[in-house]
Write a protein that binds this ligand. Structure first.
Ligand code: ADP
Ligand code: MG
Length: 398
């Protein structure tokens, strides 16, 4: 991590920076401070909208919002990352241009509709997540906004309800067809634990991760340009698979309902590309629980095997890997200290995630960065993340 990025992460530096920007934009000092983390999935790509399981962690890169209430129903929000100021009326928050502030407006509007009213506010948003790289900066912004409305309005919103409402804001007001996984991870995270989340009923099982292992995020820095359109295409292909499988298998309403054996008996009736998509999702769902168990036990061999199968399936069956992801996968897999590596988020560029020996992590990041840059011709960005607590107030630190 470069020294300036390192500084951004230092709590006191960050607090001072946000306070200064708040003073410059609005005058005075903020009275309410909330934070919401990003997330990375350790297993379970594209299983969420197929109502399967996913293994996810909240990370210590997050979005902070520092704010004061206003009495006039007006909201002014400054993004420290983009150096842009947005304004809107709380009463008409859903209207307006399709800019970054739609994430904030969306949550305010959706919560307002549900009876969680908010006063106006002045706010500074500051995030330490790379934007649009698959670590869910968008959900960390929506969830932080939800926490802000809770604080300003004096509400207590059930965590799962808040997750659904943040998802709705992103779906309906921003117009991105994201799943519930991202806001759930940001809200439910527990330090040192992975969340085994069942996307059918949102049951969350917190599983300890061996302290000998740590998590490294490897950003290819290749923009996920096709991500939104291809994401929609994959969702539609899964739905088509469900439609066709439900003919011989009545009662099947999602890929979650189809186990491996039943799928193998009927896969020949599906068009080949639909069969490949379904096969990946069914296998990937089946890898989630074993991965949670292997991480808990520190079972390196099993972690590596599961990660390799996950990446191979993403590349060959779900077809969400671009060449930079393959180069990064090779670099992460060949570097000593690496236990396993796979795609993170939706794919089509963005980040990979590696499980790494904690004692070897600095050398691992140096070596793997070098290998990637040599093979790909451009620098990636590798950084270790700690498994963090879910969203809440920014706590005082000395
Ligand atoms: P991801 O969630 O993987 O980071 P998305 O494309 O879903 O990628 O969301 C990224 C978008 O979220 C950004 O382009 C921006 O509009 C918004 N966003 C997230 N964090 C911030 C921030 N700190 N300031 C302004 N906009 C932000
Ligand atoms: Mg997002």
């Amino acid at each position: 991590m470069s020294s300036s990025a390192d500084l951004e992460h230092r709590w006191s530096y960050r607090r001072a920076r946000v306070t200064r920007e708040f003073g410059q934009q609005f005058g005075g000092v903020p009275s309410v401070w909330v934070r919401a983390p990003g997330r990375v999935d350790l297993m379970g790509s594209h299983t969420d909208y197929n109502l399967g399981c996913v293994l996810t962690v909240a990370i210590d890169r997050d979005t902070w919002i520092a704010a004061t209430p206003r009495a006039d129903g007006c909201a002014r929000v400054f993004s420290s990352n983009l150096q842009q100021l947005a304004r809107f009326e709380v009463a008409t928050a859903a209207a307006g241009e399709r800019n970054w502030d739609r994430y904030v407006r969306g949550v305010v509007a959706v919560l307002e509709r549900e009876g969680f009213r908010s006063p106006g506010f002045d706010a500074v948003v500051h995030g330490t997540l790379p934007l649009a790289s698959g670590l869910s900066s968008s959900a960390s912004l929506t969830v932080a906004t939800g926490k802000l409305v809770e604080e300003l309005g004096g509400h207590e919103i059930d965590p799962l309800r808040l997750a659904r409402l943040c998802q709705r804001a992103e779906n309906e007001v921003v117009g991105v067809p994201c799943g519930v996984l991202d806001p759930c991870s940001s809200i439910l995270g527990r330090a040192g634990h992975a969340m085994l989340l069942d996307c059918r009923n949102l049951e969350c099982d917190h599983r300890h991760v061996s302290e000998e292992l740590t998590v490294v995020v490897a950003d290819t820095r290749v923009a996920r340009e096709l991500a939104t359109s291809k994401y929609g295409e994959r969702r539609a292909e899964c739905e088509e698979g469900v439609r066709q499988l439900s003919r011989p298998l009545p009662g099947v309403t999602s890929l979650r309902d189809v186990d491996r054996d039943r799928f193998e008996r009927h896969r020949s009736q599906l068009p080949p590309h639909i069969a490949r998509r379904c096969s990946f999702v069914i296998e990937e769902h089946g890898r989630v629980r074993p991965m949670a168990e292997a991480l808990e036990r520190g079972d390196r061999k099993r972690i590596r095997e599961l990660c390799e199968h996950s990446f191979a399936g993403a590349r060959d069956e779900y077809e969400i890997c671009v060449p930079a992801m393959e180069a990064m996968f090779a670099a992460l897999s060949e570097t000593p200290g690496g236990v396993g590596a796979r795609q993170a988020g939706a794919g089509f560029g963005g980040c990979l995630v590696a499980i790494v020996e904690r004692g070897a992590v600095d050398a691992f990041m140096r070596d793997a960065s070098r290998r990637f840059a040599a093979a790909w011709g451009q620098e990636g960005s590798l950084f270790e993340v700690q498994i963090a607590q879910g969203a809440g107030r920014v706590e005082e630190r000395s």
